[in-house]
Design a protein around this ligand. Sequence first.
Ligand SMILES: [Zn+2]
Length: 139
Amino acid sequence: MTLHLPADILDEIAAHATSTYPEECCGFLIGSESGGYRVSAVLRAKNVAPAPRTSRYTIDPLAIVGAEKRAASEGMMVIGYYHSHPDHPSVPSEFDRSHAWPSYSYLILRVMRGVPAGFRSWRLEQEGRRFLQEVVEVG
Ligand SMILES: [Zn+2]
């Protein structure tokens, strides 16, 4: 299924990724599942992975619960996560794969020398063994 992503929300993710460079940023994709996945907001999260946070991210489970509650209170849900890859391609790492769940989108934004350099979004197969790239429609 296609992920629909408004351009201004992509800009917000890029701004977050730029501000945390050279560390990874992370956050939630909030939205709905009507006729494809539709992102309507993002929520920043704190990367609580041990330093250096240049090649992985961890979100506090309590922050995940908080984001889910906040989304639900607005009639939406957490449909995925975003994070940045400072100076690395927008391809999930083995750490990303082993910490991911099926049925969420995982958007990865590449940041090269502090400048946003494209993104890709991924979904885990139901068996959870590998990520498949998903189609994203920006606009
Ligand atoms: Zn990653």
